[in-house]
Design a protein around this ligand. Structure first.
Ligand code: IPE
Ligand code: IPE
Ligand code: MG
Length: 254
């Protein structure tokens, strides 16, 4: 009986709501290789990657995932050729202009995680306004990690703690959590990375201490609803022990 259940193909109706991750993080990787494999410029890969994001946001809502964090531009991505950096900045701007209304209508709350100081004042304002405009929405929290780095985030959290004059002995995980960009949100349960790379690349390194990772060779522009369902399905079948034993968790033998 258990084997039969385990062999089932993932289908939305068989996802148990309590087993759906509350917070999914996605390292959207492989746009460049997707384009290269088709003899197209990297630009086209990024364009298709952006289109794909719409599908994945919709699928998250459908599957009942309440928080999605997407890695769109890392603190290390400034090392790319200036033209590509410019393109990625422009894409963010265009996406906000083009998608904001629809995201808002679909109940998506946008949050930005990362530093804004290196971005143009116009883009900073656009990001700020988009977050303000959608701040009361409740269906899906969409954290956009743009100019985000996990180490950078920890450094700024520590600076805030020091500036606030918090005594060393009062510094706890909770205190640091409150100073992370993700303050107020639960840690990611599931982190997905597309494109076959098996690394974290400075993404949510503090928050992902106990996240489940899912790696797939699929390039980001091809990571569709079915792929996401597969990832969530696999996640839903994993045992998260958080240091404890199966016996403590009352998990029967296979
Ligand atoms: C992910 O795709 C998008 C960003 C990092 C902005 P890449 O641009 O890294 O694509 P690959 O890894 O070169 O294929
Ligand atoms: C990670 O992808 C950052 C984003 C997806 C935004 P990269 O393609 O930049 O990562 P590395 O440098 O290959 O690890
Ligand atoms: Mg890459």
């Amino acid at each position: 009986m258990i084997a039969a259940v385990q062999d089932q193909q993932p289908a939305t109706q068989s996802l148990l709501p309590e087993r759906v991750p509350r917070h999914v993080g996605i390292i959207m990787d492989g746009n460049g290789r997707w384009a290269k494999a088709r003899g197209l410029p990297r630009t086209e890969g990024h364009r298709q990657g952006t289109e794909n994001l719409r599908r994945v946001i919709k699928a998250c809502v459908e599957f009942g995932v309440p928080i999605l964090t997407i890695y769109a531009f890392s603190t290390e991505n400034w090392r790319r050729p200036p033209l590509e950096v410019r393109l990625l900045l422009t894409i963010l701007e265009t996406v906000i202009d083009r998608e904001l209304k629809e995201l808002h209508e679909n109940g998506v709350r946008i949050r930005h995680i990362g530093q804004t100081d290196r971005l143009s004042p116009a883009l900073q304002k656009k990001i700020h306004d988009a977050c303000e405009y959608t701040k009361d929405n409740q269906r899906l929290v969409l954290n956009v990690a743009f100019n985000y780095g996990g180490r950078d985030e920890i450094i700024q959290a520590v600076r805030e703690v020091v500036r606030a004059g918090i005594p060393a002995d009062d510094i706890t995980e909770e205190v640091l959590n409150q100073h992370m960009y993700t303050s107020g949100l639960p840690d990611p349960d599931l982190i997905i990375r597309t494109s076959g790379e098996i690394r974290g690349s400075n993404f949510l390194i503090w928050q992902a201490a106990y996240a489940e990772y899912y790696f797939t060779p699929i390039y980001w522009p091809d990571f569709d609803r079915e792929q996401l369902l597969e990832a969530i399905w696999e996640y839903s079948r994993r045992t998260r022990r958080f240091g404890q034993t199966d016996e403590q968790l009352d998990i029967p033998d296979e």
